[in-house]
Design a protein around this ligand. Structure first.
Ligand code: ATP
Length: 529
């Protein structure tokens, strides 16, 4: 196959190149049209100048339509490639940009050209500097492929080879990630957080099985997408997420893995905008196999969420695995853009519960073994471990905190049960307050009043259902941090004013109806059990 040469890649120069080749959405752009284009471009004449002006006008209209932010993100590197009487070809530097613009903006751009010149029938997006017959790949992809196979890019011609080889060797020369680093970008991984160090039990078995499956599946073998793991604090979400990332990297089946906290994503994105390289930041994320995002509840800001939404859509649409963790279920992430929330709900959400006694004891024993590896003389009796496992119940983090206290105190204090109760008192007594969920409230209320949960969330307005429903809404507002609109959604898609009315009604009744007040106290106890 002949290799095309894009002789001029300077600003605005693409359209005046006489021999071109590019990968298009439908295949090679080098069709019969191309010859016509060559003639129609009228190289070196005033016509080419006129085409550039036409392109400039379309760019301005496009910017006005989509707004400066989106324009800068997606169209900043759009250039005029060639133009004929009826076909306009625009070029972008990567395949990803091509398909993104092609899928989302082609109709808009075509309409804008047609508004300027009704003879234009079609707009095509092509990739600059692509070799005919070889698939054009975005930088990270190129590098990763070369790194995987050790294949160097064929030396078709110098202008094209140079940048591609540079990228390939940069990636190929990159050492396997050391523990504590990340191969592509992102937050560092803690080498202690692996599947081997994670204690399995009934409260996390399903989540762990899903996590292992994804880590073992490798690129393209998408299973539960996105996988959404949620739990209250300290129950091991970060541990599991980092274990997935580390195992996927180690397996080499999903070579491009990114682990990020939502906060780190926001920071990286803001820095990239500040440094004028938001586009390459976004593209580097879109060329990965596995995206792991922790602490999703912290994702804030309209434009950041918007970008995250694009990223999520693009990865999920191209069957790339996404794993997300948060301190609540996706449908409870109220601060999130509804489009992000809905995309997150489209996969599998699994909750991890608190560790039971056996798990707590196992965590303590493993910590002790790890500490003994460094200090062979260290002794902590089984009785003490058992005591801590029985009384520090809230989370893995609390158990770790308790164990660290034991290590610290033993150097200057005798470890008796009484002493331990004294210095661990805050952990033993307080524990983690139970996080009440709307589901729990609905379950307890429906059982207490002998109505089904379906009836509670239905449109039925009979008295026997309306009162329990209002009570359940009142309890949802007083026992959970959920907003009126969220509660309304969870009760059959009701308006927030209905919830407000229910809460006020029950509040009013409590003051005058002691039987109802007692009933509510009983319900609260049942819910908190
Ligand atoms: N099942 C478990 N096995 C071993 N260690 C655990 C387990 N659960 C929690 N831990 C440990 O408890 C600590 C807290 O866990 P982690 O940070 O993963 O919790 P988290 O759910 O992400 O919390 P947060 O919501 O605050 O981010 C970690 O050191 C972790 O290793």
């Amino acid at each position: 196959m002949a290799s095309g040469v894009t002789g001029n890649s300077g600003p605005g120069g693409e359209h005046s190149v006489s021999k071109t080749s590019a990968v298009t959405g439908t295949g090679d752009a080098s069709t019969g049209d191309q010859a016509k284009d060559g003639a129609a471009r009228g190289e070196g004449t005033g016509r080419s100048h006129g085409y550039e002006e036409l392109f400039e006008r379309v760019r301005r209209r496009l910017q006005a339509q989509v707004g400066p932010e989106i324009f800068a993100s997606w169209f900043g590197r759009l250039k005029l490639h060639s133009i004929s009487k009826s076909v306009v070809r625009l070029s972008v530097p990567t395949t990803f940009l091509k398909s993104w613009i092609h899928n989302r903006y082609l109709d808009l751009i075509t309409g804008l050209f047609q508004a300027e010149n009704p003879d234009i029938l079609r707009v095509e997006i092509v990739v600059r500097s692509a070799t005919r017959g070889s698939q054009t790949i975005a930088p990270a992809e190129a590098g990763a492929q070369a790194g995987r196979t050790g294949v160097q890019t064929p030396a078709n011609d110098a202008p094209q080879r140079m940048p591609r080889v540079a990228l390939a060797s940069a990636e190929a020369g990159r050492a396997r990630p050391a523990a504590g680093t990340n191969p592509v970008m992102g937050s560092p991984l803690d080498p202690r957080y692996s599947f081997e160090t994670f204690v399995e039990g009934s409260s996390n078995r399903v989540a762990l099985a899903a996590a292992r499956t994804i880590a073992e599946a490798g690129a393209g073998a998408v299973r539960f997408n996105p996988l959404f793991i949620h739990s209250r604090v300290g129950l091991g979400k970060t541990h599991v997420l980092q274990a997935i990332a580390a195992a996927a990297i180690a397996s080499e089946r999903a070579p491009r893995v990114v682990y990020l906290t939502a906060e780190y994503f926001m920071w990286r994105f803001a820095t990239a905008i500040r440094d004028n390289n938001a586009l390459s930041f976004k593209e580097s994320l879109r060329n990965i196999d596995l995206l792991v995002i922790d602490d999703m509840q912290f994702l804030q800001g309209k434009s950041i969420q918007n970008e995250f939404c694009h990223l999520l859509n693009s990865l999920l649409d191209s069957a790339k695995q996404v794993v997300v963790a948060a301190d609540r279920a996706p449908w409870e992430l109220e601060s999130l853009d509804p489009r992000v929330r809905s995309r997150l709900q489209g996969g599998v959400a699994i909750e991890m519960e608190g560790p039971d006694y056996a798990m707590r004891l196992d965590i303590l024993k493993r910590r002790l073994a790890a500490a003994q590896a460094e200090d062979p003389g260290l002794v902590i009796s089984d009785e003490i471990l058992d005591h801590v496992a029985r009384h520090v119940t809230a989370s893995g983090r609390e158990i770790e905190g308790a164990f660290n206290q034991l290590l610290f105190r033993r150097s200057f204090d005798e470890l008796t049960i009484e002493r331990i109760d004294e210095f661990l008192g805050h952990l033993v007594k307080a524990g983690e307050p139970k996080r009440v969920r709307i589901e729990d409230i609905q379950r307890v209320v429906s059982r207490h009043y002998n109505v089904s949960r379906q009836e509670l969330t239905s449109n039925r307005r009979t008295r026997v259902i309306v009162k329990p429903r209002q009570i359940a809404m009142y309890l949802s507002k007083t026992l959970t941090p959920r907003s009126f609109p969220e509660i309304g959604r969870r009760f059959g898609g009701r308006d927030h004013t209905t919830v407000l009315h229910a809460v006020r009604k029950i509040e009013g009744l409590i003051g005058e109806d002691t039987k109802l007040a007692h009933e509510l106290e009983l319900l609260k106890r049942l819910i908190n059990e």
